[in-house]
Design a protein around this ligand. Structure first.
Ligand SMILES: Cc1ncc(COP(=O)(O)O)c(C=O)c1O
Length: 263
C-alpha cells in the first residue's frame, strides 16, 4: 500500500459501535469484563486503551512494523526503551544524540548501572572499537538533533548483526515517510511524535516501534510498569495530525531544497 493511502487508512479507523469514521476518544479508565475469569482486550487504561491502540497501530504500520507503543513524550518513549536494558549492560550511543537522551544516559541510567559510550557513528572503526563483552545495543539518531549528523543505517546494522547487538534508531527528524529504519534491519524505532508525526505543535508525544515480538513484549512490559502512556485526547490529536504527514513532509522537503539551492 502506498504510504499516503496507508496514512489515511490507518488514522481513519471507523468506530465499530456507531460507524463514526473517526476513532472516538474513549475516556473510560476501566473496562467491563465478559466474566470473572475471562478478560476482554482492555481492562485498565494504563495497560491499554482503544483510542491509544488505534494510534499505536497507525505509527507501527507507518514504520512497516507490527508493534507500536505511545508515550506522554518522546523522552518517555526513549527512557522506557532504555529501561528494557539491565544493570551491567553497555550501549554504544551516537555522540551527537539529542540532549535529553544524553542527559538520561549520563545522569540517570548510569546510576542504575546501564553503561554507555558516546561514539561518532560516522566512524565505523570507532564503533567497532567501542564494542565490549557486555555491549547490548547501538543507539542511532539520524539525522541528529541539532547538528544533523547522518549515520549509515545499513553499515551499523551489519556491525550489530556481526556482534549480536540490537539497534535502536531515533527517526524523529525524517519521519517514516522519508526513512523506515526497520526496512534497513533496525530493531527498535523511537520518535518524538511531538515533531513531524503530530505536526501542529499542540501535543507532546513519543513512540516506540518494533517488528520483533520478543522485543515488543519487553517494551510493553516497561510501558505498563512505568506508566508514561499517551493520554487519549492526545492520541486522537496524534491520529488527526498524522493524516497530513505525507503532504507536510513533501512540502517541507521542497521548501528545504529551494533554500539549499538558493544558499
Ligand atoms: C531527535 C529527538 N529525539 C527525542 C526528543 C525528545 O522528545 P520530547 O520533547 O517529545 O520528549 C527530541 C526533542 O526535541 C528530539 O529532537
Amino acid at each position: 500500500m502506498h504510504d499516503w493511502t496507508k496514512i489515511i487508512k490507518k488514522t481513519t479507523v471507523a468506530d465499530k459501535l456507531s460507524g463514526a469514521v473517526n476513532t472516538p476518544i474513549q475516556l473510560s479508565t476501566t473496562f467491563n469484563q465478559p466474566s470473572f475469569d475471562h478478560f476482554g482486550e482492555f481492562d485498565y487504561a494504563r495497560s491499554g486503551n482503544p483510542t491509544r491502540k488505534v494510534a499505536e497501530d497507525a505509527v507501527a504500520s507507518l514504520e512497516d512494523a507490527r508493534y507500536g507503543f505511545l508515550y506522554s513524550t518522546g523522552m518517555a518513549a526513549i527512557s522506557s526503551v532504555l529501561l528494557t536494558f539491565s544493570q551491567g549492560d553497555h550501549l554504544i550511543v551516537s555522540k551527537y544524540v539529542y540532549g535529553g537522551t544524553f542527559r538520561i544516559l549520563e545522569q540517570v541510567l548510569n546510576r542504575y548501572g546501564i553503561e554507555h559510550t558516546f561514539v561518532d557513528l560516522g566512524d565505523l572503526d570507532a564503533v567497532r572499537a567501542a564494542i565490549k563483552p557486555n555491549t547490548k545495543a547501538i543507539y542511532i539518531e539520524t539525522p541528529s538533533n541539532p547538528i544533523l549528523a547522518v549515520a549509515d543505517l545499513d553499515a551499523l546494522v551489519a556491525i550489530a548483526h556481526e556482534h549480536k547487538l540490537l539497534t535502536i534508531a531515533d527517526n524523529t527528524f525524517m519521519s517514516p515517510v522519508l526513512q523506515k529504519p526497520i526496512k534497513h534491519g533496525v530493531d527498535i524505532v523511537v520518535h518524538s511524535a511531538t515533531k513531524f508525526l503530530s505536526g501542529h505543535s499542540d501535543i507532546l508525544a513519543g513512540a516506540a516501534i518494533t517488528d520483533n515480538k520478543e522485543l515488543a513484549d519487553r517494551i510493553y512490559f516497561i510501558q505498563n510498569a512505568v506508566g508514561a502512556t499517551l493520554g487519549v485526547t492526545d492520541s486522537w490529536l496524534l491520529l488527526r495530525g498524522i493524516k497530513t504527514l505525507g503532504i507536510r513532509m513533501q512540502q517541507s522537503s521542497s521548501a528545504a531544497l529551494k533554500i539549499a539551492t538558493w544558499l
